[in-house]
Design a protein around this ligand. Sequence first.
Ligand SMILES: *[C@@H]1O[C@H](CO)[C@@H](O)[C@H](O)[C@H]1NC(C)=O
Ligand SMILES: *[C@@H]1O[C@H](CO)[C@@H](O)[C@H](O)[C@H]1NC(C)=O
Ligand SMILES: *[C@@H]1O[C@H](CO)[C@@H](O)[C@H](O)[C@H]1NC(C)=O
Ligand SMILES: *[C@@H]1O[C@H](CO)[C@@H](O)[C@H](O)[C@H]1NC(C)=O
Ligand SMILES: *[C@@H]1O[C@H](CO)[C@@H](O)[C@H](O)[C@H]1NC(C)=O
Ligand SMILES: *[C@@H]1O[C@H](CO)[C@@H](O)[C@H](O)[C@H]1NC(C)=O
Ligand SMILES: [Zn+2]
Length: 444
Amino acid sequence: MTKIWSLVSCHILIIFLNTSASSASVDYSSDPYVQLFQQYLRINTTTTISDLTPAVQFWQELASSQDLELQKHEYVPGYPVLVIKWPGVDPSLPSIVLNSHMDVVPVNEAEWKYPPFAATLDSDGVIWGRGTQDMKSVSIQYFLAMKELKQNNVTLLRDVYMTLMPDEEVGSVSGLRLFKESPEFTALNVGCVMDEGAAAPLPVYGMFYQDKAIWQIEVTCYGEAGHSATFPASNTTATGKCRYVIDKFLNYRDQQHAISETATLLKSGLFTAINLNKIRAGTANNVVPQSVSLVFDIRLATELNTTAFELQMNSWLAEAGSGINMTFLQKNKQSARTVVSKKNPYYVAIQSAASNLGITIVPIVSPGSTDARHLRLQDVPAFGFSPLANTPTLLHTDNERLNVTTFLNGIEIYKEIITSLANIPASKTNKLDVQSLVVQSEFN
Ligand SMILES: *[C@@H]1O[C@H](CO)[C@@H](O)[C@H](O)[C@H]1NC(C)=O
Ligand SMILES: *[C@@H]1O[C@H](CO)[C@@H](O)[C@H](O)[C@H]1NC(C)=O
Ligand SMILES: *[C@@H]1O[C@H](CO)[C@@H](O)[C@H](O)[C@H]1NC(C)=O
Ligand SMILES: *[C@@H]1O[C@H](CO)[C@@H](O)[C@H](O)[C@H]1NC(C)=O
Ligand SMILES: *[C@@H]1O[C@H](CO)[C@@H](O)[C@H](O)[C@H]1NC(C)=O
Ligand SMILES: *[C@@H]1O[C@H](CO)[C@@H](O)[C@H](O)[C@H]1NC(C)=O
Ligand SMILES: [Zn+2]
């Protein structure tokens, strides 16, 4: 990793050559931007089991190639949080933060067409590897966009920070959740955060302004047990009680599913998604089990009254009989939303960049949840955006991959967005109360 920078400094804007559909015939293998991306993908940063030192070195080298300061904060040993500062003209103004995470989810290597950490570029111009979509592409795009802006002497009014997190895929408990509470975070004087979005096979770009909060519950039903030659009433057995509970939850699920079928892809905040993901019971084939336990994963509709919903769940359990209890494995606060209207100068700046680029950015609720939700709960305006239109959604899947053209195009998109955000005039944010740019839920 010693010569990263010399590779990058002579990049040619190959995307401008892509005027016909024959992009596959362009050989990207010697493109320095593609090579930099591949280099990062080849660092195995599988969450919690990988040593992130090589990734830290990679970023340290890139930062120093640009004469930039990289700060490393380790709130928990082994979980480095990196901050790279690109100074703007007026450091007194609220800054722009480009957040991403270094870690990736585990792979099932046997299912991959190419090795998941080889970053193979195929003859169609597609790069295969864990992290191509989620989200090493975005980190590299942020960096290359900033590097080009600097090289082109583009003046940015506000400080821009790149922040890189160690453990987003396992809940950010050692990374962002500690960082956002730290004096180091306060010192960034954050105006707005850009974080990850998701790829979609659509010609438009979705941008998350709100997430769906996650609840996970475990319901355990206890009942009459014994030899299978005994024959207790269904409603006194663990399985009979659980049948009742399952029916209630799945009936509710069916109602919510019907809503999801009428909601468009862009309206996933309208319904509560419930999945029964674990059922545990039984010791032997001829023994009536003493207990059955069920794990439900629940993604709350953004306007769900959580108090009322919890009362509803409790009443289902009460109806099912005695000897049933429920524990929360995860109980997150109902999510906050970043304002997406003319009242938010950061949103306006992003839409103005989209208009310059001739692309459509649609504000949407994320069907899942990202680091940005922790920031919004702290009244920090945050958006989730990955420049991955016309791209199959392969986050966390086998054979995650990304079209090189899309990757390179994303650099141009970020150049425009970052320039627009970092040059919002001081007058537009001087009297802004960040809390007015984030709306907290009334149900927390
Ligand atoms: C990659 O993207 C370009 C531009 O959208 C498209 O022309 C090309 O067909 C894509 N290649 C693959 C293999 O999907
Ligand atoms: C990636 O790193 C993890 C942790 O060290 C390891 O368990 C896994 O086998 C590695 N995967 C590959 C494909 O090298
Ligand atoms: C940027 O500024 C430097 C120093 O003034 C100059 O050498 C360089 O040519 C400029 N680059 C561009 C793209 O204008
Ligand atoms: C269980 O079901 C029987 C009928 O099969 C009914 O008489 C009884 O009241 C029920 N018990 C409970 C606790 O619901
Ligand atoms: C939520 O539901 C609870 C219980 O039904 C109710 O008391 C409360 O007023 C509701 N909250 C809001 C904000 O509607
Ligand atoms: C759940 O209820 C059962 C039966 O009432 C009780 O024995 C058990 O300790 C409870 N478990 C938890 C985790 O509260
Ligand atoms: Zn991610």
